[in-house]
Design a binder for this molecule. Structure first.
Ligand code: ADP
Ligand code: MG
Ligand code: ZN
Length: 501
């Protein structure tokens, strides 16, 4: 069933969007939230389970201290207040991938609340997203529905359950309703999730890879007519798992809501599924506010009461926040907002920083990561940091170029060799025989030869048409198979012809 859509412009001409973003982050702790089972990915199904995470009668949970510490760090980084005392709660519902029949979560006593995150939009403007709460909970197991065409439960002949993921610590971060973004609402949603991901990575509490499900976002969206105070009814698009999809889901829902509302219909409060292929959403389950999870305080876990001194210690140990760091690097490198944004989008900032730390100058490091390497990563469909090249190797290439042993063309071949697994840059230079010919004798005879076989051009240059020197440089580069230092060649030619450069 396809949904009617209003054009984006028409939707915004009549309505203001209100959004709420709920982001789940899987923490990178070694063990689960309430038991000692491993969180390692990729193990045999159900090999990382115990009576506690299988919900067997009589088992008792124990809180993971690193989980609590990570939650406090996230709360602090999001400018939240940290609860002096809070409890876990049971969120009761039945689902086969949740063997306890309740999820251990937090309800009215979250560990962190009332914060904000400033995000930078493409035009450079800062938009403040207010945070309602960040609370601790646990992941569910994983169902695999077998036999159907779609992988969904409908039409499946049977389902497989893997409880390895059950009990992995999650932090859920919920925004207050985001108002006033107008037509930029989808951009704000994307920028917020992107910034949040950077913060989580900087805190080193999770890799926050959306493609691996370590971070996922539910997009709540409603529309209200211009000038109306009261919020409209929201839809909740679940488990959106890329930045681009967050933006597309918000945009689609704005257009869908607008079509329903402007034709006199009403929006049902429901969850929706997002479809990567065409960017649409379809109806999930009806969900109204009366939905009763019969939350109650978890009797098997002690309350969590983070000592103020400990909270302050964690606060003072927080790393530099990503937006501050980006601004600092932008100034240090002397690049524009736009260039910085491109580096960010390409995932190049950290590799560039590491390359500079390995001894390269900033311009050289930027050039290779944003040029040759970005092109390679693109072609192979991998992230920059997944390329088989280390920052130290890139730094070595930069050094070889700046000391004149390689020109750009040769350096590209060296990079190609490194990526092909031929070893370190020096080894590739050696094996492929890639060295700039700077031996004056060899260069000199190549230059003489070029002048002799291009007499007409040489005369033009002698006569003052210095620009024609390019053709002679080209001839020398050709006879040296691109291995000459072009600047030096030009100097030599002009010297030989007795012309000032
Ligand atoms: P639930 O558990 O039902 O999803 P939450 O309160 O955890 O509810 O999350 C709802 C999210 O949607 C929050 O981010 C909240 O700010 C936001 N929200 C609430 N009401 C609306 C609305 N009418 N339109 C858009 N967003 C809303
Ligand atoms: Mg929700
Ligand atoms: Zn366990």
């Amino acid at each position: 069933m396809t949904s009617e859509l209003l054009s984006y412009e028409d939707a915004l001409a009549s309505y203001d969007p209100v959004m709420g973003l709920e982001v789940h982050v899987e923490l990178g702790t070694r063990t689960k939230m309430f038991c000692g089972c491993s969180t390692e990915l990729g193990a045999e199904p159900n090999s990382q389970t115990c009576p506690t995470c299988l919900g067997l009668p009589g088992s008792l949970p124990v809180v993971n201290a690193i989980g609590v510490e990570s939650a406090v760090k996230i709360g602090l980084a999001l400018n939240c207040e940290i609860a002096e005392w809070c409890r876990f709660a049971r969120k009761n519902y039945f689902y086969p991938d949740m063997p306890k029949n309740f999820q251990t979560s937090q309800y009215d006593e979250p560990i962190a609340f009332n914060g904000y995150l400033d995000v930078q939009l493409e035009d450079g403007e800062i938009f403040r997203v207010e945070i309602e709460r960040a609370h601790m909970e646990e992941d569910t197991g994983k169902s695999t529905h077998v036999g159907g065409a779609t992988g969904r439960i409908h039409g499946a002949s049977h389902s497989l359950l893997d409880y390895n993921r059950a009990g992995i610590p999650l932090i859920e971060i919920v925004t207050k309703p985001i108002e006033g973004a107008g037509e930029r609402a989808p951009e704000v949603a994307k920028a917020y999730v992107a910034e949040l991901r950077e913060v989580i990575k900087a805190l080193n509490v999770s890799e926050a890879r959306m493609d691996k499900g370590q971070m996922r976002c539910d997009v709540n969206l409603s529309l209200r007519p211009h000038g109306v105070e009261k919020f409209g009814t929201r839809s909740e698009t679940k488990n959106v798992n890329s930045l681009r999809s967050v933006e597309r889901a918000a945009r689609f829902e704005i257009q869908r809501h607008a079509a329903v509302l402007s034709s006199g219909g009403t929006i049902v409060q429901e969850t929706r599924h997002f479809h990567e292929d065409d960017g649409s959403t379809t109806s999930g389950r009806i969900k109204d506010n009366a939905e009763d999870y019969r939350y109650f305080p978890e009797p098997d876990l002690v309350p969590v009461a983070p000592a103020r001194a400990w909270v302050e210690e964690l606060r003072s140990g927080l790393p530099e926040m990503p937006r501050v760091r980006r601004n600092r690097l932008r100034e240090e490198w002397g690049v524009s907002e736009h260039d910085m944004q491109s580096m960010l989008n390409a995932g190049a900032v950290d590799p560039i920083v590491a390359t500079i730390e390995a001894g390269a100058d900033a311009a050289g490091a930027r050039k290779w990561w944003m040029g040759e390497l970005a092109r390679n990563a693109n072609e192979q469909g991998v992230a920059l940091d997944e390329l088989p090249v280390t920052p130290a190797q890139v730094a070595r290439v930069v050094a070889l170029v700046s000391e004149g042993s390689l020109n750009d063309k040769l350096a590209r071949q060296v990079i190609e060799g490194v990526l092909a697994g031929e070893g370190d840059p020096d080894a590739v230079v050696e094996k492929r025989g890639l060295k700039v010919v700077s031996d004056e004798g060899a260069l000199g005879s190549a230059v003489d030869e070029a002048i002799a076989s291009n007499a007409a051009i040489a005369d033009k240059i002698r006569g003052g048409k210095v620009a024609a020197v390019g053709a002679l440089v080209g001839a020398v580069m050709k006879t040296t198979r691109g291995q000459a230092d072009a600047a030096r060649v030009k100097e030599l030619i002009l010297e030989r012809l007795g012309v000032e450069g």
